[in-house]
Design a protein around this ligand. Sequence first.
Ligand SMILES: NC(=O)c1ccc[n+]([C@@H]2O[C@H](COP(=O)([O-])OP(=O)(O)OC[C@H]3O[C@@H](n4cnc5c(N)ncnc54)[C@H](O)[C@@H]3O)[C@@H](O)[C@H]2O)c1
Ligand SMILES: CC/C=C\C[C@H](O)/C=C/C=C\C=C\C=C\[C@@H](O)[C@@H](O)C/C=C\CCC(=O)O
Length: 257
Amino acid sequence: MALNGKTAVVTGAALGIGRAITEILVQNGAKVALLDVNEAEAKALKKALDKQYGQEKTIVIKCDVESEEQIKAALQKTADTFGGIDIVCNNAGILNEGEWEKTVSINVLGVIKVTYLALKHMNKLTGGRGGVMVNTASMAGLGPFLTCPVYSATKHAVVGFTRSMALASAVSDYGIRFNAVCPGFVETDLKVKFPFKLGQFSHLSDVGKEMVEQMGTIQPSVVAECVLELVTDETKNGDHLLVKHNEKSYVTFPEVL
Ligand SMILES: NC(=O)c1ccc[n+]([C@@H]2O[C@H](COP(=O)([O-])OP(=O)(O)OC[C@H]3O[C@@H](n4cnc5c(N)ncnc54)[C@H](O)[C@@H]3O)[C@@H](O)[C@H]2O)c1
Ligand SMILES: CC/C=C\C[C@H](O)/C=C/C=C\C=C\C=C\[C@@H](O)[C@@H](O)C/C=C\CCC(=O)O
């Protein structure tokens, strides 16, 4: 998929991995709607992108992915502004074991809400032009993550949802691919804050820090390059790209049927 003339929606676009995803999509010719609760940071990113690529390439829409109403309005504004939606990056997410219900609400329900509402715009069976959705899961969605059980559960949910949507879409002829990126530790605010967000597992903070030391970290731009690959390679559907400190690989899942 060439990105010129394509429209992308990125949630959690203002900072961290979402910022890097937004940048690489604009750099490669896409128009991007930046959805985030942090409107100020999203506008700051747009200001920087405007200087390099022009004001018409991006819009900022304040949107909390916990709110179906805000998501619906943001997707409609995107479609009205750019003429449709081709790409969705469900990136917004938090790690907070002390506020685990909010973590589930954002990381799981938010991904589902954005996916289902975006389907109405993208599904070829309902007048859409197809496209691709790339979800930001995690290495913690592929195996146990002892310091953050609920966070790990949310990312396992994203993996299962992505794989299932990929199959449902293919069989239903929606014309939409579904993939996920599964990063290890990435140098963002979330990583900086995570030792203080362990709730009842705060006694495991040193264990988490040791894991980061052992596994090393990744720059957000490296994750964004993986997302670009999952967006543009039209052979990828139901694929999960694991990216760790010094390598990236496609995950193979056990055959269960
Ligand atoms: N940092 C890591 O080590 C790492 C590794 C693997 C996966 N991830 C995942 O990557 C994604 C991005 O994380 P990050 O590390 O860039 O975090 P970050 O905290 O640096 O950025 C998250 C962005 O999402 C926004 N956001 C938070 N809640 C929101 C909501 N309810 N609605 C809309 N926007 C919201 C924030 O304002 C922020 O701009 C998350 O899904 C996270 O789970 C992070
Ligand atoms: C710094 C922020 C902390 C967490 C957020 C983010 O999602 C990062 C998670 C990073 C690492 C998680 C590691 C989990 C490791 C084990 O559970 C292991 O079972 C992972 C499973 C498969 C990995 C496959 C492989 O290593 O090849």
